[in-house]
Write a protein that binds this ligand. Structure first.
Ligand code: ADP
Ligand code: ZN
Length: 748
């Protein structure tokens, strides 16, 4: 019998499929129709048994199919092929005969080999050069590396025939670090600098917890720039030396390359990296390196929580508040919560850290379920950024409704440019305009597949001159290339010059996004070197890294972007952060909108003044009195927490209760809402939870499908899970039109 975690070939109807053994049932058990395994592919476990156990927990907790869950834990091609797909390279080394030939060449540089004397066969110049190169390299050189030095394959072939060199295929691991920002920076080894008092206190508390070899969770609440990473590094070092592995989750590697680079600098080749931006080949190789036990530190995004690392003793979740830890397709797991479960199974210390912890985590810490470590001060007594709020209602009164840059922000950017310092400008909305609207009949441009309006983007980069407000004025929309795009399904079309409903030529742009901010800044500061980071500009692989490298190399003066630029970057030269509109998220029908806004503003303000010079943040808002804006400006997490948790308690929202969001899709709205009614009715009636709805989902139509939703809300997740499982078993026909989101982060 194969062990759990081994791959096997099994019959499924007429087909043969590869699967993974998750457990055993007795042959006498007749609740299954059993068939024989055709072939066992692995003698031992391919997927480690504790990872199998973790995926089973995920599939149970999140009500997701075991197959879909298990596949998130597999490497690329994990099941499609028996042969693991390593990349190989041809390594060329000198033989003993080749060594003799080089010695002769060196002894008689002018004559050796180039005449018919008894010393040996004639060699061409390139062949001689190849021998010289290889002489100093006992491990040899790869054929591509030789080619780079002008030695073609033909020369190698001839040398092989003469017996001067040997060629063998060698496996190479594709290394995603080769191209990472900062991967080669020499100043990263900071292991010997003294810790701050707060860092030291954190170590005093965490070291015994790590050494205890028992499950425990600690939350590090450390303000931006307080040096959390150094604490992670030192703990990781201790755990490695005790012989256990370290797993570190980060929101997005491309956005926080410095963290990965720091770990590489400290621990060298023992670090593996795993994230979805890698090529299949890279991911495959990294997975197998970890599985072989070649590494003891794994850094990766969400799915790295399933990395086949044996015996993890420390699991770190950096920026635990980041929403990218939640997967928005089946299985809809939260990387932080799965990390905590993994720590529980492994008897490991789990350290989660943030400057703006989620209410859930902070509540757990206050309740004593997690240890709480607080870092209140920035390292080296650097001051927090000084934050100023600009009331945009006053700016609009002074400069008109079209104003994007307030006077204060404009002035502050100007000062930075004059002093050669960098500015970071945030607007969490991409595109040029939010939508277009016909001034005559009010029609807007809508997505045919989704219930949203199309966002306006400029077609060919940015227009070179100021853009008229009305698209009909001064040049056709086609020539200027305005394009409406759906941010959900990517449907696009050119923005028409005249309204499609009433033919009036008054299509007006409403609202603005990052493209517009870029245009305004280029216009206001023509000499500034400007770059923009949002999902539109970083579509091409590597382009984000390129931009960030330019920022780090001070080739950019003003960086504009969406929340991508608010994440953990450490730009020491940035002394100004501007927020164009703090209110973008506040209008959303989501009980977490205040928390999101507070987190985003606090995080982005934390990007300023991380170097020698103090920083300033300017936050523009139409509602400066809103508590999430006000308390972010005060950088007062605790006050925000108290206020927000009170609101959640009053409204019975998480963390007070748990929620499950169930969306039923349909070809028509009736089909969707009828299905939702049936399922909700079958779910109702249990103890410990209520069922709310069904109702049309906020996005009633998405990618051509209609959607209705209902919620389960209560204190017993177990009761909710069991009720839903039972309801689903009664309505199996709905399974294909359903998504279940346990602990949803978005209510859409
Ligand atoms: P956080 O993740 O808490 O926002 P970082 O870990 O990025 O903060 O640290 C902020 C900056 O302080 C980094 O540039 C880091 O190199 C530096 N730093 C951290 N610890 C120390 C220390 N003990 N002494 C000097 N500089 C430090
Ligand atoms: Zn759409």
């Amino acid at each position: 019998m194969p062990v759990a975690g081994a791959r096997v070939v099994v019959p499924l109807g007429p087909r043969k499929l590869t699967g993974v053994v998750v457990g055993e049932v007795s042959a006498a058990d007749n609740s299954y129709k059993l068939k024989n395994i055709l072939q066992v592919l692995d003698a031992g476990a391919f997927v480690p048994p504790d990872v199998i156990k973790l995926t089973q927990w995920v599939s149970d907790y999140y009500l997701a199919g075991p197959g879909a869950t298990l596949s998130t834990a597999l490497p690329p091609h994990g099941l499609t092929s028996r042969v693991d797909r390593f990349k190989t390279v041809r390594m060329v080394t000198l033989t003993a005969a080749g060594l003799d030939a080089v010695d002769r060449l060196t002894a008689h540089p002018r004559c050796a080999g180039d005449d018919d004397r008894s010393d040996g066969p004639t060699l061409g110049a390139k062949q001689k050069q190849a021998l010289q190169i290889l002489k100093g390299l006992p491990a040899g050189l790869s054929a591509p590396a030789l080619a780079e030095r002008g030695i073609a394959a033909a020369s190698v072939t001839r040398l092989t025939t003469l017996g001067y060199v040997a060629v063998r295929e060698e496996r190479v691991d594709r290394d995603p670090f080769e191209h990472a920002v900062g991967a080669q920076r020499p100043d990263l080894d900071t292991a010997r600098r003294p810790l701050t008092d707060e860092q030291q206190a954190a170590m005093t508390m965490l070291t015994p917890l790590a050494a205890a070899r028992a499950f425990h969770v600690a939350l590090i609440h450390g303000v931006t720039g307080s040096g959390k990473t150094e604490v992670y590094l030192r703990l990781a070092d201790e755990v490695r030396q005790s012989g256990r592995g370290v797993l570190m989750l980060v929101p997005e590697i491309a956005l926080t390359p410095q963290v990965a680079a720091l770990f590489r600098a400290r621990f060298g080749a023992a670090v593996a990296i795993q994230h979805s931006g890698l090529s299949d080949g890279e991911r495959h190789d990294q997975w197998h390196r970890i599985r072989r036990g070649d590494v003891d530190v794994v850094i990766g995004t969400r799915s790295a929580v399933f990395a086949p690392l044996s015996n993890p003793g420390l699991i770190i979740v950096d920026e635990e508040h980041d929403t990218s830890y939640k997967q928005d397709e089946t299985p809809r797991y939260h990387g932080r919560d799965v990390a905590i479960m993994r720590g529980k199974f492994a008897g490991a210390l789990v350290v989660i850290g943030s400057a703006t912890p989620t209410l859930e985590s902070y509540a757990n810490a206050l309740a004593g379920r997690y240890s709480l470590v607080t870092l209140n001060r920035r390292v080296l007594d650097r001051p927090m950024a000084q934050v100023q709020v600009v009331n945009m209602r006053e700016e609009i009164a002074a400069a008109g409704a079209e104003v994007v840059l307030s006077r204060a922000l404009r002035e502050a950017i100007k000062v930075r440019l004059a002093e050669g310092q960098q500015s970071l400008i945030l607007l969490n909305r991409r595109g040029f305009a939010t939508s277009v609207l016909c001034r005559q009949c009010g029609a807007s441009l809508e997505c045919p597949n989704c219930s949203v309006t199309l966002t306006v983007h400029s077609n060919q980069g940015l227009p070179s001159r100021p853009v008229p407000r009305r698209l009909g004025e001064g040049g056709s929309a086609e020539r200027e290339g305005w394009r409406g795009r759906c941010h959900y399904c990517n449907f696009t079309k050119l923005v028409p010059k005249a309204c499609e409903q009433c033919a009036a030529p008054y299509m007006e742009r409403i609202g603005f996004g990052t493209e517009r901010v870029e245009a305004e800044i280029r216009e206001a500061f023509p000499a500034a070197r400007v770059a923009r980071v949002d999902r539109d500009t970083v579509r091409r692989k590597g382009s984000l890294v390129e931009i960030l490298e330019k920022v780090a190399g001070r080739e950019i003066d003003v960086l504009i972007g969406t929340q991508m630029i608010a994440k953990g970057h450490d730009f020491p030269e940035c002394t100004l952060v501007g927020v164009i509109s703090a209110d973008v998220g506040l209008g959303l029908a989501d009980f977490r909108s205040a928390e999101r806004t507070f987190q985003l503003l606090t995080q982005v303000a934390g990007r300023a003044g991380r170097g020698e010079r103090p920083g300033q943040a300017i936050i523009q808002s139409l509602v400066p009195e809103h508590y999430s804006v006000r308390l972010a400006c005060d950088q007062d997490y605790r006050a925000f927490y108290e206020k927000e948790v009170e609101f959640r308690r009053a409204m019975r929202y998480p963390p007070q209760v748990a929620m499950v969001n169930v969306v039923v899709r349909g070809k028509t709205f009736n089909e969707a809402i009828d299905g939702a009614h049936d399922l909700a009715a079958a779910t109702r009636g249990g103890r410990g939870f209520v069922v709310l709805g069904p109702a049309p989902a906020p996005l009633t139509k998405l990618r051509g499908e209609h959607r209705a939703q209902f919620f389960l809300k209560g204190t017993s997740r177990k009761a909710m899970r069991e009720a839903l499982q039972l309801a689903l078993s009664r309505k199996p026909e709905l399974a294909k039109r359903l998504s279940v989101d346990v602990d949803p982060l978005s209510m859409l």
